[in-house]
Design a protein around this ligand. Structure first.
Ligand code: IVH
Length: 678
């Protein structure tokens, strides 16, 4: 390619990649595979390294992945970033309209939009000639904090507009307002991971989003699943401005912003009331938290003509849903034992209704939380329930603390087995470290048989408890020793049910190795890490013989998880369980059905890093090829790497290997080493 062609290809790539980013992160409808996407990015990076002058601030290569910023700069908003007056029922909405119709009688015949009121943080985004140049928090409405660098880590924030090649031309200067938040499911996943690692759980999606957005380290922001929805054009200079809110949303969408879905267009106030109530019902099924609906006069000029009271524009109103937060008495504090032995305190409450559901228990997160918030038994506490999230205690109401309130101290012994509890350095959690603890065993078994792990149908929590209580099962391996005679003794069991259960247990032996590893309940080893370990080791025998050094070399496995894996395999109790499992034939292999069994293992003991494209192999195929022949594939080159396998257009690993003097093989070299005839 000549220079002119390369330069125009570079510009084209920026546009193409931006479009794919948008499809993936905003529309959730990718049209190319991850590998094809990576290839486009690699091509762009290569051209940009050749023509650094052509790197534009909106290039996908400039998306910030990390780094520490100085203190946040204060920035003046181009216009006050207003708030909203609240209404709580149909009457409030009707009287809002009556009030403003007195100021401007035309309002009575106006149409409206009803949008979800997102429970996140307001952000104000500035674009000059289509390029994202500044982003700020709302602050006090006049002055906000500049968080441009952090905002750039949000995949749903367009670095330049329009995102689509055929999108409308951007105005010279555009300022938009939107909301940054975390989806409920992502929030729960985040906390599941924290719990697995024995680390502090986050309290609410909103706080977590706020903390991430205002973090001094953009890498932290980048690691949180923040999303952005945009709903207002604050300023638009040098191009036509939409006349209505509906058109604004449409234009914002055409520029490539993500805007709230299912906006309702209402022709009179009764339709508005209906739409607000409908949002209240839809609320629970939305992926994110909303705390109300926002009603706006659709015609922007008409809305603006009504002016402002305090910080609230008259042309819009927030319809707030009934409280998801209530207060009640904390009767007592109970303690749950999780499958990894983590002790989690929970509040036993005087039953109370929150958002239409009766709540009797709520989580207290961990013992530090009780102490930090000074929560005492018999305190009146605030309880919050958000969407599907488990209700949690926010804190005590100190003003009404009764004299009878009692300070709580964490138990010294496990409430289930009465063995002494322990802490792990650097973690807030308390653990029961007794491997024979019945509560842990029940949780462990529950996890072992659950749908996401070995999927043993018919083995629910009640039955698990029964099996443990009767002493029939003392560890997961005992499941494979259950006999028909044992089962029919149990309550509610007949011949057929017993046979079905035994068949289901037997069929768990067919599950993939990755699920088996996940099922073992090693701290920090979830579905993803389980799969990583399975592809790396291919067999339980190899995994069991692993070392700390080897584990940390695997992509996606940090030192904490690596240590947890090593510790788990080192425990005699676990070794005993593994021996029993193996004896019963519960010992899956990765390539059991790929015909790889019995292949000679000429690459045994060698470790490989792969870079570039190989003509005869896909990336996955070359990994399989090496692993099936006994070799290990690792992600990063180090002095311990045996060989670098390098194809066309290798990456930075090539230079690293050369620097360390690691021998480099091409495809033929690899095949030769593996003993293939040339
Ligand atoms: S419009 C003058 N629309 O609710 C325009 N606000 O209680 C005022 N919010 O600070 C904002 N979703 O952060 C608007 N669809 C939406 C919204 C929304 C959430 C937030 C916004 C504002 C707060 C007001």
């Amino acid at each position: 390619m000549d220079a002119a062609k390369e330069k125009s290809r570079l510009e084209e790539l920026i546009k193409i990649i931006q479009e794919h980013n948008h499809r993936y992160h905003v529309l959730d409808m990718p049209i190319i595979s991850d590998a094809e996407y990576d290839q486009l990015v690699a091509e762009l990076l290569q051209l940009e390294s050749k023509y650094p002058d052509l790197i534009t601030p909106d290039s996908p290569s400039q998306r910030v992945g990390g780094g520490v910023s100085d203190r946040f700069r204060k920035v003046q908003h181009p216009q006050p970033i207003l708030s909203l007056a609240n209404g709580f029922d149909a009457e409030d909405l009707r009287s809002w309209l009556d009030r403003i119709a007195k100021l401007n009688p035309k309002v009575a015949a106006s149409d409206f939009t009803v949008e979800p009121k997102l429970d996140g943080l307001t952000v104000v985004l500035h674009y000059r000639n289509g390029i994202f140049v500044q982003g700020a928090t709302r602050g006090n409405g006049e002055i906000g904090e500049e968080v441009t660098r952090n905002l750039k880590t949000l995949q749903s924030l367009p670095l330049s507009i329009p995102v689509f090649q055929d999108g409308p031309a951007p105005p010279e200067y555009l300022v938009v307002r939107g909301e940054v938040f975390i989806d409920l499911e992502d929030f729960e996943e985040l906390n599941r991971k924290q719990e697995e690692l024995g680390e502090k759980v986050y309290q609410t999606p909103r706080n977590t989003a706020a903390g991430a957005l205002r973090n001094l380290d953009s890498a932290v922001t980048a690691a949180r699943p923040l999303r952005l929805l945009v709903y207002t054009i604050v300023t638009s200079e040098g191009s036509e401005v939409p006349e209505s809110q509906l058109e604004s949303l449409e234009l914002l969408r055409a520029y490539g912003f993500s805007v709230p879905e299912n906006i309702v267009h209402c022709l009179d106030i009764e339709e508005v009331v209906e739409a607000c109530e409908a949002w209240g019902e839809r609320r629970i099924s939305l992926p994110y938290e909303i705390d109300g609906a926002v009603v706006k006069i659709n015609n922007i000029a008409m809305a603006d003509s009504l002016g402002i009271v305090g910080k609230d524009p008259r042309g819009a109103i927030a319809y707030k849903f009934p409280a998801q937060e209530v207060t009640t008495e904390l009767l007592d504090i109970g303690v749950n034992v999780g499958r990894t032995g983590v002790l989690t305190p929970y509040a036993i409450l005087d039953a109370v209704e929150v958002g239409g559901v009766i709540v009797r228990q709520a989580t207290l997160h961990n013992f530090d939380f009780i102490q930090d918030k000074d929560i005492r038994i018999h305190d009146r506490v605030r309880i919050k329930r958000a969407g599907d999230v488990i209700p949690y205690v926010k804190g005590p109401i100190l003003e009404v603390r009764p004299e009878s309130a009692v300070t709580y101290s964490p138990p010294d012994v496990c409430p289930a087995c009465e063995e002494k509890v322990a802490t792990i350095e650097g973690e807030v959690a308390w653990y029961c470290v007794n491997p024979a603890c019945p509560a842990q065993l029940v949780r462990n078994l529950e996890h072992y048989v659950s749908r996401t792990t070995l999927d043993i149908v018919g083995l629910g929590i009640k039955l698990v408890e029964q099996l443990v209580e009767q002493g029939l099962v003392k560890d997961v391996a005992d499941l494979y020793r259950l006999k028909r005679e044992d089962l029919i003794e149990l309550e509610g069991f007949g011949d057929k049910k017993a046979d079905n259960l035994l068949a289901a247990i037997e069929s768990s032996k067919q599950r993939p190795l990755s699920r088996f590893i996940f099922a073992l309940g090693i701290r920090g080893v979830g579905e993803v890490v389980g799969a990583e370990l399975a592809t790396f080791y291919c067999s339980m025998d190899r995994l069991a013989a692993t070392t700390l050094e080897e584990l940390i070399e695997i992509e996606g496995i940090g030192p904490n998880i690596a240590q947890a894996v090593v510790d788990w395999f080192a425990l005699p109790a676990n070794q005993n369980i593994l021996a029993k499992l193996k004896q019963s034939g519960m010992w899956p292999e990765l390539s059991g059905d790929s015909g790889a069994e019995g292949l000679p293992q000429p690459l045994e003991g060698l470790s490989f890093v792969v870079t570039g494209t190989l003509a005869g192999f896909s990336r996955k195929a070359v990994k399989d090829y090496i692993q099936e022949r006994g070799g290990k594939v690792i992600s990063a080159v180090s002095s311990k790497t045996s060989y670098l396998v390098s194809g066309e257009s290798p990456g930075s690993k090539f230079a690293k290997a050369e620097q360390l003097g690691i021998p480099v093989l091409d495809e033929a070299g690899l095949r030769e080493l593996a003993g293939e005839p040339l």
